[in-house]
Design a protein around this ligand. Structure first.
Ligand code: PGA
Ligand code: ZN
Length: 424
């Protein structure tokens, strides 16, 4: 049972404060978890509580969330069984009492929620993925590596936020990761040779200025070849457009002009014809439900269409997306909804409707690796956690290497099976 909870303000990968929580159980078990933070956040996400005190961390301190954990959450959870995750999370939701967790802060609730899960796993002497996923958790996800950053994660002129490579042809996760790393280094060489910047964006990918968005795909295609892989077979492509970021007053300002949802969709249709793209995330804005439904009808049998800002890992919004066929996959971010139980409920809902899920980091991350275990626990078959560079990104990939090793012969790599709709 829970005996002690300590919280503190630590730093994330962008040098902003975030919440870390430590939990002690009466059997001597201790566990620690840290909370991530987004930049291109969805309007419907649970509330990340920031102090707003301009004298500290430019207003971004999380001292209040830390206080809420120690003074308002801890007293309520003393004596709770750490393995009773659903009851623990429900208690915090009850104490908070708001639909968006604005009373205690989603960062406060999530920090405790994840630390409780880890304490439960430690106390049960199980790896976190086994503790959460049970004996059948054995599917290693395809690492969707974001090797070229644009949008809100870079200072460049590239509109699309993320250009990802998916090494679906590899036999296992370890080899998949290796091929991604080799392409990443080859891409650096390609950029250098063309006199383009090799500076990095927030998720560890390169962030050059480019004449247009498709130029990024050409550069990546070249890098894939140089690294000795076949584009469309060993390695396929995926995008996170994060279109909400450039949507205003009913129009998408993309490549220098105002476009409608229909025009954006025709652009994607052409892109999918020309490049082996298996997945597009947030192709349209978070409130453009009709546009999403049209796009899914048009392209959904060919590619994965992923709702991130659209769904914000929220079961209510996912249920609407299922009913309206607004997408065919859900991006899963623990801090968008703010508790582990609700995250697991969101994944269940998606999977039962035949929607795929992609486990995801945030652009602001820490050394916490919970999402790696979570991806295997729920069998999502896909994880995006940035470029294979920078420790806060690599920490998750490294954890997946450990999980694959622990599973041994039982491990299965999702590979091409993660994208059944994709046709070469
Ligand atoms: P964020 O970006 O963490 O800055 O929201 C990630 C994403 O859009 O998927
Ligand atoms: Zn996104």
């Amino acid at each position: 049972t829970i005996e002690a909870i300590v919280a503190r303000e630590i730093l994330d990968s962008r040098g902003n404060p975030t919440v870390e929580v430590e939990i002690g159980l009466d059997d001597g078990t201790i566990a620690r978890a840290a909370v991530p933070s987004g930049a291109s956040t969805g309007a419907f996400e649970a509330l990340e509580l920031r102090d707003g005190d301009k004298d500290r961390y430019l207003g971004k301190g999380v001292a209040k969330a830390v206080d809420n954990i120690e003074e308002r959450i801890f007293p309520e959870l003393v004596g709770y069984d750490a393995t009773d995750q659903r009851a623990v999370d429900q208690k915090m939701l009850d104490v908070d009492g708001t639909p968006d967790k604005s009373e205690l802060g989603a960062n406060a609730i999530l920090g405790v929620s994840l630390a409780v899960a880890k304490a439960g796993a430690n106390s049960s002497s199980l790896s976190l993925f086994r503790y959460l996923g049970g004996p059948n958790a054995h599917l290693l996800p395809v690492p969707m590596m974001n090797i070229l950053n644009g949008g809100a994660h870079a200072d460049s002129n590239v509109d699309i936020q993320e250009f990802m490579i998916a090494p679906i042809g590899a036999p296992d996760f370890r080899e998949a990761l290796r091929s991604g790393v080799e392409v990443y280094h080859a891409l650096k060489g390609v950029l250098k040779k063309q006199g383009l910047s090799t500076g990095l964006g927030d998720e560890g990918g390169f962030a050059p200025n480019l004449p247009h968005n498709a130029a990024a795909l050409d550069l990546i295609g070249e890098a894939v070849g140089i690294a000795g892989y076949e584009l469309g077979k060993d390695i396929v492509l995926a995008l996170d457009v994060a279109a909400t970021e450039f949507f205003a007053d009913g129009a998408y300002t993309f490549e220098g002009s105002a476009k409608s949802a229909e025009e954006m969709t025709s652009y994607y249709a052409k892109l999918v014809e020309s490049y082996p793209i298996v997945s597009i995330e947030d192709p349209l804005a978070e409130e453009d439900w009709a546009g999403w439904t049209t796009m899914t009808a048009q392209l959904g049998d060919r590619i994965q269409i992923v709702g991130d800002d659209l769904f914000v890992t929220n079961p209510t919004r996912i249920a609407r997306g299922i009913a309206e066929r607004a997408a065919n996959a859900v991006l899963v971010k623990v801090n968008q909804i703010g508790s582990l139980t609700e995250t697991l409920d969101a994944v269940d809902l998606a999977h039962r409707a035949g929607f795929r899920t992609m486990m995801s980091h945030r652009s602001g991350e820490t050394e916490d690796t919970t999402i790696a275990d979570l991806a295997v626990a729920v069998g999502s078959g896909q994880i995006k956690t940035g470029a294979p560079a920078r420790s806060e990104r690599v920490a998750k990939y490294n954890q997946l290497l450990r999980i694959e090793e622990e599973l041994g012969d039982a491990a299965r790599y999702a590979g091409a099976g993660a994208f059944p709709r994709y046709r070469t």
